[in-house]
Design a protein around this ligand. Sequence first.
Ligand code: AMP
Length: 522
Amino acid sequence: MSGNHLFGLIRKHMPGNPAEARFCELPDGRVYTYQDVLDVSGRFANVLVELGVKPGDRVAVQVPKSIEALMLYLGAVRAGAVFLPLNTAYTRNEIAYFLKDAEPAVFVADPKRADEMRDVAGECGVPQFETLGVWRKPGAGETDAGTGGTLAAAGLAASPGFTDVPRAKDDLAAILYTSGTTGRSKGAMLTHECLASNAEALVEHWQFTSEDVLIHGLPIFHTHGLFVATNTILLAGGSMIFLPGFNAETFIELLPRATSMMGVPTFYTRLLQRPELNHELVKNMRLFVSGSAPLSAETHKEWSERTGHAILERYGMTETNMNTSNPYDGERRPGTVGMALPGVSLRIANPETGEVLKQGDVGVIEVKGPNVFKGYWRNPEKTAEEFRGDRFFITGDLAFIDDDGYVHIVGRAKDLVISGGFNVYPAEVEAEIDALPGVAESAVIGLPHADFGEGVTAVVAPRPGADLSEESIRSALETALAKYKVPKRVFVVDSLPRNTMGKIQKNVLRETYKDTYSEDAA
Ligand code: AMP
């Protein structure tokens, strides 16, 4: 084994003049160069080693988004540790579950929640507890690290120089827990190779260069903001405008200075609501990427009209990194997620038997490649269940491949509605509803129904000022869809429930409306 696989690659692609080359611009005016990346991640790596972190140990982190948190990720990778970021929304009880499951050597928390989280760490037997906020160098007359927490203070005292701990391709770089809408979250074990190979594929496929300026508004406890965005920029030697979160007004202000953006579909729908969005505003941009949830064909179309840019939609998940992408050069087909990325094998199979299906048939997406995770942390049974004998991973997403090779996702297998023995794919019905005038967005779910097994049900949010009714939507759909696909009930609501990654929470909707057909059952 020689070198640290992931960080070695980052070093290899580092700009030749790291002290001059910009890595991040922050909202408070600070600029991070690539030399700062080396120095600050080196300081954190030294601190982790001093705290007793050994290669393969987990470093669990629940802190607000900051450049410091990003440097801690790199410091952990350099120290040979396994970075374990946790959603900032997790409560004390949820954190206790993750700490017991992952048994980290260190837990790093938000300084604002220090007392509560120190207790949890203690109860779970975590040997070291630290905090990390925003680390700013002390100004004149100041002696502490501001609101940086204990880890920033230790980092200031540590050396910036660090010899990266050797790690092979197959060693773990991170564990990301799945969002777990059914059952408990599982820790996806991601190796150095998973992350490195995917970032290399994306740099090449999306043509990222050192000239790129990516506007970053995604959270960094999730694969999208942490790996897809950050690792890609690092391997391209490019830079980011690194924001604490998404805010349409700020994006409108900053888009003229960016060349690229990665977002979830809600970023795009919110920006479309801003009158300032036009060709002129984005004339410096070369690429808009969307993923983590389905982008409606309507949004894709509207975005093209308003900006002249076809959004590039891609598909991936925590366990696999990115699997497919629409082409960079070539048609970006609305409502599709494109083709398998170089190095990734993708097939559509019968969910029950695993038999590989022919082009055009709907089945479950299965993928294999260096991007795919090693398995679920300390859960060999679940790992075995979700891999076929030939190591293809069963994603749980249903899709078909069209004549030109584009993958069309029709929904999660668990969201499939079976009504009167017929399969109803939510994405197909949602696409029809979204195309109706006055509709902002929709979700189609199946609810218990005595006659049909499940009753197709739609929950629809109107555009501001639009007047939608159940009758008008149902009658419009009757001419567009076979009768068994037409929702038996349509609920018009102000907005749909979403998680922090912009995914519509269908489990919440199923719970809210679960008794809709109970009279039919009587
Ligand atoms: P996560 O592990 O949180 O990244 O969620 C992964 C899931 O998000 C996938 O299994 C898909 O169900 C969904 N997903 C990601 N990207 C897309 C996309 N472009 N279109 C539709 N669903 C997507």
